[in-house]
Design a protein around this ligand. Sequence first.
Ligand code: SAH
Length: 221
Amino acid sequence: MLGVVMCGCQVRAQQGAAAREQMVESQLKERGVKHPGVLDAMRRVPRHRFVPDALDGRAYDDTPLPIGEGQTISQPYIVAYMTEALEPKATDRVLEIGTGSGYQAAILAELVKEVYTIELVPVLADGARTVLKELGYANIRTRQGDGYRGWPEAAPFDKIIVTAAPDDVPPVLVDQLAVNGILVVPVGRGDQMMTILRKTPAGVVRRETIPVRFVPMIRKG
Ligand code: SAH
């Protein structure tokens, strides 16, 4: 009988898919993530492509990991939590501040129409742009610069996600949010709270949900 011969890359791809399924079951569903699209995106996106080669084997662990320049890729659960909190829709245009590895942008790109993502540190911005291109994401625009000012030319956005922690919600980002839009941002120095803002026609409704720990948002100028 003929056996099926797989190349190394196919073996690794299968291991990646199995590791992602395990991650979805034990880290995400177990903690209450329910959105089927979010769970599917987390099953599909090869997180190991977004971590340094030396940490390849830990890509699906229940933890944030260093990505260089003193920055981190968030724990899978936090990525799923924030994505679910954004209530992603296929028609959404989303702004992300803090591209980092590009992983969160890729998860969003699986779910929404367009992702605009800004990274302050040039080497991280370049790395993310490269891997997102290699993976074929055509609906992600990347930019290197200070995200504190948002992306005015492309505003308003249906959703905004900030993946570094400012001391308080940047007012410019609230301005760049569409009516009925949602902004998800970790707020505070040291102890931080995940903060979800909804811009209703009657005004902004702010809610704090879970304690979190993100790298601080860096202010330029
Ligand atoms: N979303 C990322 C994780 C981000 S870590 C991922 O999926 O991998 C936070 C990132 O925010 C870091 O890369 C940091 O350099 C970036 N950052 C910090 N302050 C910033 C600012 N003012 N504008 C844009 N990016 C910023």
